[in-house]
Every structure is written in C-alpha cells, then in structure tokens.
Design a protein around this ligand. Structure first.
Ligand code: ZN
Length: 68
C-alpha cells in the first residue's frame, strides 16, 4: 500500500483570550491543537482508519507517553 503524502494544511482558529483568535495551520495528517488528527477535506475519509491505528498504537504504548 502506497500513501502519497498530502501537503495540504488545515487552518485552525484557536481562542487565545476573549475574542482573540490565532490562526494555526496544521499540515494534513498531523495532530491538531485539540489532540485529534488534522485532515483536509480530501483526506477526511481517512480519519476512521487513522483513529483505529492510533488507538492500536496507544494500546501498545507504555504509560510514559510523557511530555511530548
Ligand atoms: Zn490531505
């Protein structure tokens, strides 16, 4: 299985205080500021398999997932 890397960025607007939002571009496939996976509309359909894979990885990982 070959996966062509997507170079799209997903823009998030993160609240930084009252009525202040910061634009945060996250490369498609990376972890978004909320801790889930940022996916552009084209890749959105991959979310389910990505979540299943990360749930599997988490189940294997030791508890010292740490200050990453
Ligand atoms: Zn994408």
């Amino acid at each position: 299985m070959t996966t062509k890397k997507c170079d799209k960025k997903v823009i998030y607007h993160i609240e930084r205080g009252i009525m202040r939002f910061v634009e945060v571009p996250v490369p498609c496939g990376n972890t978004d500021p909320y801790g889930s996976v940022a996916l552009c509309p084209k890749c959105e359909h991959k979310r389910k398999s990505i979540n299943e894979r990360s749930a599997y990885i988490n189940s294997l990982a030791p508890s010292n997932w740490g200050d990453f």
